[in-house]
Design a protein around this ligand. Structure first.
Ligand SMILES: Nc1ncnc2c1ncn2[C@@H]1O[C@H](COP(=O)(O)OP(=O)(O)OP(=O)(O)O)[C@@H](O)[C@H]1O
Ligand SMILES: [Mg+2]
Length: 229
């Protein structure tokens, strides 16, 4: 589904260069649930930003369905991002003045869809993440875990094939974290959405079918395939 070849990202800060990703090659197959783990500063967020077409790699190639998508022009890139990829960030990134449901609808509106194409769907998604009774709440009227579940519903509104979640539970307590991770696991299992998540918490290993460890921007060559477990 996605294949990454020799991906590197070098940040230049004046004369200082940080090699945040160093020659990473990997494949993401349909239906996988991949956990990206390891220490702070190892390049996890950088990897997700390149895979999710939020940033531009310095060198290397990203292929989706055998098509090179590394250097697509911005309009095609953002259309691909909106229609086929979903994102969940550590800090939820909801718009404070919009209700839960309006936040969920936003990526569909950005694709120019008509209200009838997303309105009922947004309600179903909020129900799916257990927030049927919170649709008119604004982010400040929701708990952290609830806000993150709105963000999950939002990531699903355009029926993406793959979801990238960068430390979705970093700001949550253990109970809310479990609900969020269980929700992601359910999407993977029931809706067959491919999920790539980043986590610091060793407990979250149990949600992954495959684990990737990053050290100094490199993949530690020990791929742990847990799906046969
Ligand atoms: N915009 C940037 N400019 C310069 N350096 C950066 C930038 N973003 C990240 N870095 C550096 O790249 C390296 C990898 O950062 P990254 O955010 O990918 O790490 P991470 O594994 O996600 O860490 P954490 O677990 O703390 O979120 C770090 O050394 C960081 O300081
Ligand atoms: Mg990070």
């Amino acid at each position: 589904m996605i294949s990454v070849e020799n991906l590197s990202k070098i940040y230049s800060l004046g004369r200082v260069k940080v090699r945040a990703l160093d020659d990473v090659s990997m494949d993401i197959s349909e239906g996988e649930m991949i956990g990206v783990m390891d220490k702070s500063g190892s390049g996890k967020s950088t990897l997700l930003r390149q895979l999710g077409l939020i940033d531009w790699p310095t060198t290397g190639k990203i292929m989706m369905d055998y098509q090179d998508i590394t250097n697509l022009p911005e309009n095609r890139r953002s259309r691909l991002r909106l229609s086929r990829l979903g994102y969940i960030f550590q800090e939820y990134a909801l718009l404070p003045e919009l209700t839960a449901q309006e936040n969920v609808c936003l990526p569909a509106m950005m694709l120019g869809k008509k209200r009838k194409q997303y309105h009922a769907h947004s309600l179903q998604l909020l129900e799916l993440v257990g927030l049927k009774d919170r649709i008119t709440h604004r982010p400040r009227e929701l708990s952290g875990g609830e806000q993150q579940r709105v963000a999950i519903a939002r990531s699903l509104v355009n029926n993406p094939e793959i979801i990238f979640a960068d430390e979705p539970c970093a700001n949550l307590d253990s109970v809310a974290s479990e609900v969020v991770m269980e929700t992601l696991a359910r999407l993977n299992k029931e809706l067959k959405v491919t999920v790539v998540f980043v986590s610091h918490d060793p407990d979250d290993k149990k949600y992954a079918k495959k684990l990737i460890f990053l050290k100094d921007g490199k993949i530690v060559p020990k791929y742990l395939n847990l799906s046969s477990k």
